[in-house]
Design a protein around this ligand. Structure first.
Ligand code: CP
Ligand code: NVA
Length: 302
């Protein structure tokens, strides 16, 4: 059975196939060609955190594929009152054909896959955000015509976005430099993953060092969902870790800027840089739809 629990689980070939399929589905949708590949199938969408893009892209995507999206807020499910994920997995497997889940612990997503008998798709955990990164790679390829040989840089927190970008960039032949403050590095296994691609991964302290010669610049909020109480401490720790004109000046000509959104202007990115790259950023947001449809077809298609 095919899941998307984290991007590490997908090979370069599987990622490339998903990107190609996303391009094809985007073309078909733009040209009014119907593709009801998941007719009659139901996707349960469990949300334990807020969402705009992930919810809407999966809900609209599932509908366009001829299937039925079922929004399941953890506030209304028994899981929110302590019913074990192992039981939820086994019950939902009797009713529906796939689950997309956004939650805190990566182990919860892994447990759903272990105990359930239907495909599980990770719609963001504290550890990773694979669906977003597939849309990011799709957008880069669309704008640059390739991925192989490009340099990505990520400025900020060693969080879910940084983790999945390191995996996604390296698996598709890009190099990646990340700059994060002390104490906010990605987890050890991700650093080891990066270091296994000799000469392609770099982790530095200075944002300008990471951005030098970059073709694509990414950043993310300083305080992720669930870290609201750390907001003040994080604002101090991330001072200077901002995508601004000074940083963009050391990147390659025509460098792109992407942001998974929501963005905090004046914190991780200036309003000027955000607006100068708004076309790229909103293409990236739109591509959530096409990339998520590709994931749905790969995981839930016959
Ligand atoms: N980028 C992203 O996942 O957005 P949402 O939190 O709105 O789903
Ligand atoms: N790192 C952010 C990403 C939101 C899409 C968070 O987890 O809140």
């Amino acid at each position: 059975m095919k899941h998307l629990l984290k991007l590490e689980d997908w090979t370069t070939e599987e990622i490339t196939e998903a990107l190609n399929l996303a391009d094809q589905l985007k073309y078909e949708q733009k040209h009014g060609i119907e593709h009801k590949i998941l007719k009659g199938k139901t996707l349960g969408m469990i949300f334990e955190k807020a969402s705009t893009r992930t919810r809407v892209s999966f809900e609209v995507g599932m509908t366009q594929l001829g299937g039925y999206p079922l929004f399941l807020s953890s506030n209304d499910l028994q899981i929110g009152r302590g019913e074990p994920v192992q039981d939820t997995a086994r019950v939902l497997s009797r009713f529906i054909d796939g689950i997309m889940i956004r939650t805190f612990e990566q182990s919860e997503v892994e447990s759903l896959a272990e105990y359930g008998s239907i495909p599980i798709i990770n719609g963001l955990t504290d550890y990773c955000h694979p669906c977003q990164v597939l849309a990011d790679l799709m957008t880069i390829r669309e704008h640059k015509g390739k991925l192989e040989g490009l340099k990505m840089c990520f400025i900020g927190d060693g969080n879910n976005m940084m983790n999945s970008l390191i995996v996604g960039a390296l698996r598709t032949g890009m190099s990646i430099s990340v700059a994060c403050p002390e104490g906010y590095e990605p987890p050890k296994n991700i650093i080891e993953f990066g270091e296994s691609f000799e000469g392609k991964f770099e982790m530095v302290r200075k944002p300008l060092e990471a951005a030098k010669g970059a073709d694509v610049v990414l950043t993310d909020v300083w305080a992720s969902m669930g870290q609201e109480e750390e907001k003040k401490i994080r604002e101090a720790a991330f001072e200077g870790y901002q995508v601004n004109d000074e940083l963009m000046a050391v990147t390659n000509d025509g460098a792109m800027v992407l942001h998974c959104l929501p963005a905090h202007r004046g914190e991780e990115i200036t309003a000027e840089v955000f607006e100068a790259h708004a076309d790229e950023i909103f293409d990236e947001a739109e591509n959530r739809l096409h990339a998520q449809k590709a994931v749905l077809v790969k995981c839930m298609g016959d």
